[in-house]
Write a protein that binds this ligand. Structure first.
Ligand code: 5GP
Ligand code: MG
Length: 178
């Protein structure tokens, strides 16, 4: 299927499942090599990363732990506007090697806030793995060595990522057709 309809928009095939799986395996192998002996704790950021995480983590062969978190935003009562909140982290991460598993980094603001919230809990180190990065939109300084694909700024859907709650179950990644 080279194009799909999700709600009111048309999307064209952008990255096939085969390409995704091959690259995800390469990144998993890099993590296996770099983090061996550190018993990393993978923090999967829901919802979008659930498919990426399932594939990546089955290619992780070193001892590790996996947990799931959510970054929620709510309107603050002060004038500061949107505030981000970390939900679901029950483990103590003090002294741990933490790997954040993200679906996509766009402006990078979400990741920056997540890093600040995690740093307060004194982990030994924090790494980021992201399926996708939009370098053209990145507004903050982030070190993302374990990124699978750099993509254009256009909106994408599939392989966990949604358009208005739909499309997460598509096997491939699709780009919006303007
Ligand atoms: P950031 O804070 O980096 O700008 O935003 C990251 C979040 O924006 C992602 O977790 C995701 O929810 C959303 N996002 C950014 N670009 C896209 C895209 O092309 N497709 C989808 N489905 N979500 C996106
Ligand atoms: Mg995300």
């Amino acid at each position: 299927m080279n194009t799909v309809q999700v709600k009111d928009k048309q999307f064209a095939l952008y990255i096939s499942e085969e390409k995704l799986l091959n690259r995800v395996k390469e990144v998993a192998e890099q993590l296996n090599a770099d983090l061996a002996g550190k018993n990393p704790l993978f923090l999967v950021v829901l919802n979008g990363s659930f498919v990426f995480a399932a594939d990546l983590l089955r290619d992780i062969t070193i001892p590790c732990e996996i947990t799931f978190v959510r970054v929620a935003s709510y309107e603050g009562t002060s004038s500061t506007g949107e505030i981000k909140q970390l939900l679901g982290l029950t483990q103590d991460i003090k002294g741990r090697t933490v790997v954040i598993v993200e679906d996509i980094i766009d402006t990078g603001f979400t990741m920056k806030e997540l890093l600040h919230m995690l740093e307060e809990k004194n982990p030994a180190e924090i790494h980021i793995t992201s399926l996708l990065v939009k370098p053209g939109n990145l507004k903050v300084d982030l070190n993302i060595p374990y990124r699978c694909f750099d993509i254009e700024n256009d909106f994408i859907v599939g392989y966990g990522l949604d358009y208005d709650h739909e499309g997460r179950n598509l096997r491939h990644i699709y780009q919006v057709v303007e």
